[in-house]
Design a protein around this ligand. Structure first.
Ligand SMILES: [Zn+2]
Length: 515
C-alpha cells in the first residue's frame, strides 16, 4: 500500500498486489482512508452490538442482568480495538449512549451514570465506566513500555519518544499537560498514551509548595513546575549523563554547584546556556528554599518509579487501576441525603447495601434499588412531573406517596393484616408495618434478623409488583397470592442452599391456611 507522501501513487512495483482500499491485519483495518477505516473498525462492531441488544431487550432482564450482558457480551467486542487504537471521542459517546439506553430500556436515565458505575456496596450497580475501562487497557502499554524487558516492538516507540530521554523517561516526568511537550514527531497513538498517563498519574496532584527535601526529589525533565515559555525542559546531554533530579545538581553542602554539573556532563558544549535556562525555569520559591535550607547532612533517596495514587504502578493490575479510576468519578446516590433527612437517624448505608447484595433474586435487588433511588414513582411524584393528571390514589382518593402506597393504602390493608398475623405467629410482635422498615429493613446490621429482612423484602416486592399488575390498583388484585409465589421461591432457594430457617416452615404452614 502506498502511504505518506506517495499515497496517491497508482503504479505497481514488482509482482505485488497493491491495494487501494483498507486492509485488515490482526483484526484491525489499516489504510490511508482514515474515515473509512474508522467506520470499518468501529461501526461494524456497533452494528453487531445493536442487534444483540435488540434480542436481549425482548427478555425482561433486570438492570443487574443487563450489566452482565454489557460486560460479558457487548464490551468485549471492542476490547481489542480499545487496546490497539486511539478511540475517537465520538465512538466513546456512541457506545456509552448505546449501553445506557439498553440499561434503561430506551427510556430516560433516572440515576446518574457516575452513581451506577459504583460497586453494589456503595449504592451503584457495578455498571461499566467506559472511560476508566479504556484508560485501564491503555495503561497496559505504559506498563509494558516501562518494564525492564527488551522487546523488538519497543524499538519503534523508543525512537518516537527519544527526544524525551532514553528508556521512556517521558513517563517518569510530571508534566501536567501534553501541550508542554513538543510532541510533533510522536504518532497519535503514543500521544494518547502520554495523555492517559498524565491524567491517571494526576489522580494524586502535586503541589508547588515543597520542602527542600521534596524539591531535591523533583525530576528536572518534563516537570510541570520547570518550564520555559510553557515548555518543559529536556536536555539530552544531561539526561545521557544521568542527571535526572534536582538533587543531582547539588554539592555536598546542598548547594547548586556548576562544578558538580560540569563533572557529571559527558558532553559539556551547551552547558552554560542550558544551565542558565534551567535557572530561569526554576520556580522562584524553590530557588529561595534551596538557598535557605541547604544542608550537608541529609542524604535523600531519589528514585525513578511510576506511581498511581502514591502506590507503585508496576504492582497494579488493570482491575485495580480500573477500580481506582471508578472510585475517583463515582458519585453516591443523590437520594441518600433525602432518606437520611426523612429518618433523621443516619441510615447505615453500608449494611443496607450489604444486605441487598445477599438477596437471592435480582428482582428483589432491583426493587430495593428502584425504591431507594426513587426510580419507582408514586402518583404524587408523577403528578409533579406532569405525567398524570392527579396525585391521588386510584383506590382511596388520598395523596399517593410511598407512605400511602406501601403502608396506608386501602389496597394493601388486608394484605398487611395477614402479614402482621404471620409475623406475630412467628414470635415477632413488633409493628413492622412502617415505610422505613419496609425499605431499609429491620435492624439490618444484625445477622439474626437476616431472614426476617428477606421476608420483609418480599412483602415490599409483592406490593410493588401488585401495584403494576393491578394498573395502580385500578383492578382487583390478590397481593397475598403473589406473596405466596415469591415465598415459595425463597423457600426453595434456602432449602437448596441447605439453610434451615425454622420460621420459614412455620410461614409455609400458615400460608396454607390463609387466603
Ligand atoms: Zn390508596
Amino acid at each position: 500500500m502506498w502511504i505518506g507522501r506517495s499515497k496517491s501513487r497508482t503504479d505497481k512495483v514488482g509482482n505485488i498486489t497493491w491495494p487501494n482500499k483498507p486492509i485488515k491485519a490482526l483484526g484491525v483495518y489499516f489504510g490511508i482512508q482514515y474515515e473509512e477505516c474508522s467506520k470499518l473498525n468501529w461501526q461494524s462492531k456497533l452494528t453487531e452490538c445493536q442487534s444483540l441488544i435488540k434480542n436481549w431487550l425482548k427478555r425482561k432482564l433486570t438492570m443487574y442482568g443487563k450489566v452482565q450482558i454489557i460486560k460479558s457480551l457487548l464490551i468485549p467486542k471492542f476490547t481489542y480495538l480499545f487496546h490497539s487504537l486511539v478511540v475517537p471521542e465520538s465512538i466513546v459517546k456512541e457506545i456509552n449512549t448505546m449501553i445506557f439506553k439498553f440499561l434503561w430500556d430506551n427510556k430516560q436515565e433516572k440515576v446518574k451514570r457516575a452513581t451506577l458505575i459504583g460497586n453494589k456496596l456503595q449504592g451503584g450497580i457495578d455498571m461499566l465506566d467506559l472511560d476508566s475501562y479504556i484508560t485501564s487497557l491503555k495503561l497496559k502499554w505504559v506498563k509494558a513500555l516501562t518494564d525492564e524487558s527488551e522487546a523488538n516492538w519497543k524499538l519503534i516507540p523508543k525512537r518516537l519518544l527519544k527526544d524525551f530521554g532514553d528508556n521512556f523517561l517521558i513517563f517518569y516526568c510530571n508534566t501536567d499537560t501534553i501541550k508542554s511537550l513538543n510532541c510533533s514527531n510522536v504518532t497519535e497513538f503514543y500521544q494518547e498514551l502520554i495523555k492517559i498517563w498524565i491524567k491517571t498519574r494526576d489522580l494524586h496532584k502535586e503541589n508547588q509548595n515543597l520542602t527542600f527535601e521534596q524539591i531535591r526529589k523533583q525530576i528536572i525533565w518534563g516537570n510541570r513546575f520547570i518550564k520555559i515559555k510553557n515548555q518543559c525542559l529536556f536536555f539530552k546531554t544531561w539526561i545521557k549523563s544521568n542527571i535526572y533530579f534536582l538533587n543531582d545538581l547539588l554539592n555536598d553542602q546542598g548547594e547548586v554547584d556548576q562544578n558538580v554539573i560540569l563533572n557529571k556532563l559527558v558532553d559539556k558544549r551547551n552547558c552554560v546556556v542550558e544551565l542558565n535556562l534551567l535557572f530561569k525555569a526554576l520556580p522562584l520559591a524553590w530557588k529561595q528554599t534551596m538557598k535557605t535550607f541547604h544542608s550537608s547532612q541529609t542524604k535523600i533517596k531519589t528514585e525513578k518509579r511510576l506511581k498511581i495514587n502514591n502506590k507503585p504502578f508496576e504492582l497494579m493490575d488493570s482491575k485495580t487501576i480500573y477500580q481506582i479510576l471508578v472510585n475517583k468519578v463515582f458519585i453516591k446516590p443523590a437520594t441518600h441525603s433525602y432518606w437520611s433527612n426523612k429518618y433523621e437517624t443516619k441510615l447505615n448505608w453500608n449494611d443496607i447495601y450489604k444486605f441487598i447484595t445477599r438477596l437471592p433474586d435480582n428482582r428483589y435487588k432491583q426493587f430495593k434499588f428502584r425504591v431507594i433511588n426513587m426510580i419507582f414513582t408514586s402518583k404524587e411524584t408523577r403528578y409533579k412531573w406532569k405525567m398524570v393528571s392527579s396525585p391521588l390514589c386510584n383506590k382511596c382518593n388520598k395523596i399517593e406517596d410511598y407512605q400511602h402506597l406501601f403502608i396506608d393504602c386501602m389496597a394493601v390493608n388486608v394484605f398487611w393484616e395477614k402479614i402482621l398475623y404471620i409475623f406475630q405467629e412467628c414470635g415477632i410482635q413488633r409493628n413492622i408495618r412502617r415505610l422505613d422498615i419496609l425499605i431499609f429493613g429491620y435492624k439490618i446490621s444484625q445477622e439474626e434478623y437476616f431472614y426476617i429482612n428477606v421476608i420483609l423484602t418480599i412483602v415490599g416486592f409483592s406490593i410493588y409488583k401488585a401495584y403494576f399488575c393491578s394498573n395502580n390498583w385500578s383492578n382487583k388484585f390478590n397481593i397475598l397470592k403473589l406473596f405466596k409465589t415469591e415465598f415459595e421461591i425463597i423457600y426453595q432457594y434456602f432449602k437448596y442452599k441447605k439453610t434451615k430457617v425454622n420460621f420459614f416452615d412455620k410461614i409455609l404452614q400458615l400460608l396454607k391456611d390463609i387466603y
